[in-house]
Design a protein around this ligand. Sequence first.
Ligand SMILES: CCCCC/C=C/C(=O)SCCNC(=O)CCNC(=O)[C@H](O)C(C)(C)COP(=O)(O)OP(=O)(O)OC[C@H]1O[C@@H](n2cnc3c(N)ncnc32)[C@H](O)[C@@H]1OP(=O)(O)O
Length: 359
Amino acid sequence: MRASQKDFEDAMNQVKLLKKDPGNEVKLKLYALYKQATEGPCNVPKPGVFDLVNKAKWDAWSTLGNLPKDSARQNYVDLVSSLSSSPEPSSQVEPRADEKPAGYETLVVTSEDGITKIMFNRPTKKNAISTRMYEEIMLALKAASEDKSALTVLTGIGDYYCSGNDLTNFTDIPPGGVEEKAKSSHILLRNFVQCFIDFPKPLIAVVNGPAVGISVTLLGLFDAVYASDRATFHTPFSALGQSPEGCSSYTFPKIMGSAKATEMLVFGKKLTAGEACAQGLVTEVFPDSTFQREVWTRLKAYAKLPANTLRVSKNIIRSREREKLRAVNAEECITLEERWQSEDCMNAIMNFLSRKAKL
Ligand SMILES: CCCCC/C=C/C(=O)SCCNC(=O)CCNC(=O)[C@H](O)C(C)(C)COP(=O)(O)OP(=O)(O)OC[C@H]1O[C@@H](n2cnc3c(N)ncnc32)[C@H](O)[C@@H]1OP(=O)(O)O
């Protein structure tokens, strides 16, 4: 039986009572179905490329094409009902007794076999790191640092490991203008990188596909990096009018020597997984066909080692460098705050957005 007008109105009221924010993608879907059910197909003019919120709403509504009003109403009611019956709509994994309920919008976090796995979960955006995702990664790392697991792993859902900073973060300009945005981004970045510098247990990257920007630079702060042979490593900072972060201005020359670090960080040379391994950034490369099986078998074995001892040994290695890394992080963020206000950077962001909008 088709949903009635009353079912539709009840569902609209239920949305207001949801205990958890269902996340932007679901909210856009709800918006689109509501508009389709009440007004029919989208025939209003497309908002401008920099009017990001209204453009996203318009895109979501238009993708419904000629879906009949009563089907849209039914889909809306079904979607709301699935949200109301699911206590953790954004988490794909049942939390175990020793986990705090996560409720992340941009991550999936699991904890089993002594391993806390933090998975980037924006596959349609190649796991680009939105402002919310920076915040959630910091929260997830804090929780992982306090839980009982021996190891913490970061990996990506979908075909990418991570495409770096979400370049649309720069379009959300506050009333204080670009200067205020650059200042707040400086603070966000410094705090974010600090979480990696200070993380107290072995931190492993399972690089399942291409990695870009900050997701590459941070690898210098991990304790081991396992990569699929499909992965690539790219830091196109100069093309973006930006400068190295994630302590890479210090860790990369130390890991691979200054000439190789310059090729990556200054000239933006993209490395294959094999090249990144030869240069010491990656611990080991596996064929993509056996990557997941081989890596998780190995990590499960490592996670059986005594967790406290792993912490102690990691700490003694990191303690030699911690103060230096903090100072490098602070300096890189000061330089970036200035870069973000430069013409080179603004032009690069505009170019990305224009390409995205196919202008
Ligand atoms: C506040 C702290 C700042 C920290 C400083 C950090 C700096 C960095 O990380 S610099 C590196 C920034 N990243 C990039 O420059 C990558 C930009 N993206 C790309 O070049 C490409 O999207 C790609 C090579 C990653 C993938 O290309 P392709 O396979 O052709 O896929 P699409 O381009 O169609 O991507 C699908 C979808 O995802 C969106 N997207 C991908 N990456 C980003 C990103 N970094 N920021 C924002 N959006 C991204 C892309 O725009 C597509 O979106 P739709 O058009 O809406 O489908």
